[in-house]
Structure formats: C-alpha cells, structure tokens
Design a protein around this ligand. Structure first.
Ligand code: PGA
Length: 253
C-alpha cells in the first residue's frame, strides 16, 4: 500500500513569523491525520524555525529548491541539500514548473538536484507537467516522458524509494482549472507504467505520484478516488492552515 502524501508548496509567500504561525496552526489541525504524510514547503528563511517548531509532530518540512552542487564552495545565492538537511528538512521540491518556466531549470539541472537531494538523505518531490499547447497538440505524454527520462536519469531502484513524483499540468497551476480526475488518472497511469518499464513493477507500485494544480478542499476527494493518484502538491489552498487541513483530512469527508 502506498501511503498518500499531501504537500503544501508555499512558494514566495509568508514572512518568517507568519510562516511559523501557519505551521503551528496546521500542527494542531492535522495532529490526528495518520492516513497520510503531511509536508509543507515554506521559504528558505523560515525553514529552520519551522522545522524546530514542528519537531515531534506529524508535519514534515520541505524546501522548494536546492543547489546542483553538493560540496560547499563559491556558489553565491545557492543552498545545498546538505544545508537543508542540517536545517531539519526531510524533502526538497525539485523542478517545479515555475522554476522551469522562469528560472532556467532544465531536465539536466533537475537530475543534478535530485541526485544531490538523495545524496543528502532527503526525499525528492520531482515535478513534471506539460504546458497547454503540449496538451492541445496531443503531446502531453511525450513531454512528461522526456522530463521523467531526463530528471530521473541514472537513478537506481533503491534511489526510487526516496522519489515522489508530482504531476502538475502547467495550465492547471494557479488558474482554478483542475485537470479532470479522468485526465489526471490517465497521466498518473502513464507515469507509473514508465517507472515500471525502467525499474520494474514493484518499484512502480511503491512510488507515490501526486497531482498538483488548483487542488482545493472541494476537489481533493474525487482526485484521491483515482487508482494512481497518491496525494497532492497544493499551492494556493495550502497557504491557510484551515483549508490545507481540510485537504489533508480528505478522508473525513
Ligand atoms: P496551485 O499550485 O495549487 O495554486 O494551483 C500548485 C503548485 O504550483 O504546486
């Protein structure tokens, strides 16, 4: 059985104190949620405090990016996976579409970051997803396959134990347009068969594949009903502890 993961990506929102406040509110609202893993991804400057304040809780903390380099060195502005581990993080989001679109992230850098993340003992949440023209031209699967091939290049079966895939169709992010549960399921099924081809059925059956793109308390239930959807990567609706806790507690209602 795959344990679902509900992850909140706070993007570039919330100053330090507000991030800590939201994290503490969430801590109590999801204290009884044992059916899934709960992860939040605050900005870098809030990570250490949020990690400290969530110690002993069932909420894990993720960074939103990391350096491709693994050794300390002259890399101004970069933060290594080892440093994120040191701050208390357990996960790193890698290759989010905003980084791919606006900050020059490529499949190659996603691959290096994923390897750096695994080397530091953290779990990588590797994001893939097509743009609207790709979908409209019937190329969605081709694009996602290329991202998976490039991003996960060279990983072993045991590396895959610490890989979570997030499928986020770019046209559904922050737009209010969710992929229909059927569209999402179709791509999740495709991703799982890709993993099975590369790493065998057992690995594919164990890999969590999250859906992202306008997930809300109102639509999480029907998404989670799909066979190959193992959780969600939530942006906007994760910023409030109340709405995010409703998504985490999708099983209650
Ligand atoms: P959204 O963002 O939930 O606001 O659409 C999802 C994401 O970017 O991870």
């Amino acid at each position: 059985m795959r344990k679902p993961v509900i992850a909140g990506n706070w993007k570039m929102y919330k100053l330090h104190d507000e991030a800590v406040k939201t994290a503490l509110e969430l801590r109590s609202l999801v204290a009884n949620a044992n059916h899934c893993e709960v992860v939040i991804a605050p900005v870098f400057t809030a990570l250490k405090t949020v990690c400290d304040r969530l110690e002993g809780s069932n909420v894990r903390v993720s960074a939103q990016d990391c350096a491709t380099e693994t050794e300390q060195g002259a890399h101004t502005g970069e933060v290594s996976a080892e440093m994120l581990n040191d701050a208390g993080c357990s996960h790193i989001i890698i290759g989010h579409s905003e980084r791919r679109q606006f900050y020059g992230e490529t499949d190659r850098s996603v691959n290096l970051k994923t390897r750096a993340c695994l080397k530091s003992g953290l779990t990588a949440i590797v994001c893939v997803g097509e743009m609207l023209p790709d979908r409209e031209s019937g190329n969605a699967e081709k694009v996602v396959k290329e991202q998976l091939e490039g991003g996960l290049d060279g990983l072993t079966v045991s590396d895959m134990e610490r890989i979570i895939i997030a499928y986020e169709p770019v046209w559904a992010i922050g737009t209010g347009k969710t992929a229909t549960p059927g569209q999402a399921q179709e791509m999740h099924g495709f991703i799982r068969s890709f993993i099975a081809e590369k790493h065998g059925k057992e690995t594919a059956d164990q890999t969590r594949i999250l859906y992202g793109g306008s997930v809300k308390p109102e639509n999480i239930g029907e998404l989670m009903d799909q066979t190959d959807i193992d959780g969600a990567l939530v942006g906007g609706a994760s910023l409030s502890a109340e709405s995010f806790s409703k998504i985490v507690n999708y099983n209650l209602g």
